[in-house]
Design a protein around this ligand. Structure first.
Ligand code: BT5
Length: 317
């Protein structure tokens, strides 16, 4: 049996105008309950007009129809809670609030626009309409030093998604960018809360430039799928496939298939073999990127020998 909200949506789609009374009768619920469901549908981005004496009229669908995506993912035991908001400050912030209130893993927040989208180290992430901005709550049974494996699995899943849906040959730049011909198409932000030996929760925020327009100052370093393909791409398809692939790769994390994750990451990597410079706080390390450790650290051959880098900002020389 479909939830009442989804049943109301089906009725709205069938009829040009339908009264609150008719909906209430058909679903055997009160008119107040109908009104509440309608308000929730509006929050999800459905444009529903209330016409006096007549009823409700569905005027427009959201770009990301959550109810339909949930149905497409109904086989998955991970994605039990997907919520879409037309506008939030940052989806990572919304998920953090839910994490603190003990929401379970597999909670996903998607936004049409972010007013304070964040990158790493409090950098700004431009998140205007047309992009895919979403964050996921995970509670992996892992020590904090192994958190990077979840980020690696995420990069793999998103690389596969972009490749399969758009045909664009993207690669992963360590630690967390997805690039096409050197330009950033997607950024991933991992945030963590942990005890000494166990992660309490992890929030992974994913921002994909799809049909959005970038500000001029990002044109040299970033691009969008629409720019490359010269056509609009369905955000709903991209999100659904992302969640399918993320589910599959999170299974590998849970089964500790570290080797497989490492191998696939290397296969998709844009960084290995390159002459790189990594800045982390005051330290600067230069050398040739040679590989990745089980914990996601970059292995660099420097003049002083092999080094492992766990975090920092990388540039290619
Ligand atoms: C990242 O940071 O690449 C992580 C971006 C994560 C964004 C997602 S969207 C959903 C979730 N909610 C959030 O608030 N964040 C996550 P970093 O490596 O620090 O890169 C940031 C830098 O990328 C900025 O300083 C800009 O130079 C550049 N930038 C900003 N917006 C961009 C965009 N839309 N596309 C490409 N580059 C961008």
């Amino acid at each position: 049996m479909k939830p009442k909200k989804d049943q109301i949506l089906s009725l709205l789609k069938e009829k040009t105008i339908i009264s609150g009374e008719t909906i209430a009768k058909e679903l055997t619920i009160s008119r107040t309950a109908v009104w509440k469901h309608i308000q929730n549908l509006k929050k999800e981005g459905y444009k529903i007009q209330s016409i006096r004496q007549k009823g409700y009229k569905l005027q427009d669908l959201p770009e990301i129809p959550i109810a339909e995506i949930k149905q497409r993912l109904s086989y998955s035991s991970l994605w039990h809670s997907l919520q879409y908001y037309p506008e939030v400050t940052s989806t990572n912030e919304t998920v953090k609030d839910l994490a603190k209130k003990n929401h379970p893993e597999g909670t996903v927040i998607i936004a049409g626009v972010q007013t304070k989208g964040r990158g790493r180290r409090q950098r700004r992430w431009t998140s205007t309409k047309g992009g895919l901005w979403f964050s996921i709550l995970y509670r992996p049974i892992l020590p904090p030093q192994k958190a990077m494996i979840v980020t690696m699995a995420t990069s793999i899943a998103i690389t596969q998604t972009i490749r399969s849906i758009t045909g664009i040959d993207v690669h992963i730049k360590w630690p967390n960018d997805i690039l096409y011909k050197g330009k950033k198409i997607c950024g991933i932000l991992t945030e963590l809360s942990a005890e000494m030996d166990q992660i309490t929760y992890m929030i992974i925020g994913i921002g994909i430039n799809v049909n959005n327009t970038l500000p001029d100052d990002l044109n040299d370093t970033a691009t969008t799928i629409k720019t490359i393909r010269s056509q609009k791409i369905s955000l709903a398809d991209l999100l659904t496939r992302s969640l399918e692939n993320l589910d599959e790769w999170y299974e590998h994390v849970k089964k500790h298939d570290t080797r497989l994750i490492q191998q696939r990451w290397l296969e998709y990597s844009d960084t290995i073999g390159k002459h790189v410079q990594i800045k982390d706080g005051g330290t600067v390390i230069e050398g040739i990127a040679k590989g990745i450790t089980e914990n996601g650290g970059l292995i660099i051959e420097t003049k002083e020998g092999m080094k492992q880098i766990v975090s920092g900002d990388i540039s290619y020389l």
